[in-house]
Design a protein around this ligand. Structure first.
Ligand code: IPE
Ligand code: IPE
Ligand code: MG
Length: 248
């Protein structure tokens, strides 16, 4: 079935585009979105969380197999306490609501990052969301919360070192595959496309290992304003890239 999308004067025919299997989104720009409107930053986070539901469902509808969204980094704890607590409250309410949406779409929800840092109630909800969605057969949605690519590599290194120390792993068996298998994304393909709205030209500790050959699309749109049309545009830009992986 051809999925046509009207974008300004152009039409993006998704059936003619090679879709990325795995898309990563750095959901950035909530604070600036709120500031522009004279609102508190938390209002931007609230709009951003709403948009996350829209875009996640859209990805699932058009046939994306894996979507990873960056919701809270290991560095975001540095923010003022009121902002961090507002975010924690939002995570809770949106997770509860999103649970229903994602059920309708058969989405499998996984959390990547050190979730043990969250309060027990949120941890319980995270655990329940993963458990209830585990047997679905739709898109895999990774929600990166208290996630840092470097932290993930430290964790993997410790796991591997422990196995060597215990004598169950030979040091010569350490290869790229083994490291991938010790990451939160074990068994998943690396992201083909990483989208960063808000116009910042950096990856801010997102998927440090997995992004080695990802295509980056930076868009000058703040996350709460990022629409399904913008997503289609990113797909179109991606489809025009020539991925060489070091070859010619
Ligand atoms: C992204 O938006 C959400 C989180 C990092 C939690 P920001 O809060 O970083 O928004 P800006 O970048 O300040 O506009
Ligand atoms: C990256 O955004 C983290 C998330 C979107 C969750 P930041 O706003 O934290 O990144 P920097 O500080 O601009 O690099
Ligand atoms: Mg930001």
């Amino acid at each position: 079935m051809a999925i046509f999308k009207q974008k300004n004067n152009s039409v993006v025919d998704l059936s003619k585009i090679e879709l990325p299997k795995h898309v990563g989104i750095i959901m950035d720009g909530n604070g600036r979105w709120a500031k522009k409107r004279g609102l508190p930053r938390s209002a931007g986070h609230s709009m951003g969380a709403q948009n996350f539901r829209t875009i996640a469902r859209y990805c699932s509808n058009i046939g994306i197999k894996y979507l990873t969204v960056y919701a809270f980094s290991t560095e975001n704890w540095k923010r003022p306490m009121e902002e961090v607590s507002a975010l924690m409250k939002l995570f809770k309410s949106y997770l509860i609501e999103a649970l229903t949406d994602f059920k309708d779409d058969s989405i499998v929800v996984k959390f990547i990052g050190d979730t043990t840092a969250f309060n027990p109630e949120l941890q319980e909800l995270i655990e329940r969301t993963e458990r209830e969605s585990a047997n679905r057969d739709g898109m895999v949605l990774n929600i990166a919360m208290n996630y840092g690519g470097r932290d993930e590599l430290v964790r993997a290194t410790k796991n591997i070192a422990q196995q060597v120390k215990d004598g169950v792993l030979d040091i010569d068996k350490i290869d790229e595959q083994l490291i991938s298998d010790n990451l939160y994304t074990k068994g998943q393909p690396d992201p083909d496309l990483i989208i960063r709205p808000s116009g910042e030209y950096r990856t801010s500790n997102f998927m440090v290992w997995q992004a080695a050959y990802s295509e980056l699309v930076i868009m000058d749109i703040l996350w709460p304003d990022f629409s399904t049309n913008d997503f289609d545009n990113a797909l179109e830009i991606y489809s025009q890239r020539n991925r060489r992986f070091g070859g010619i």
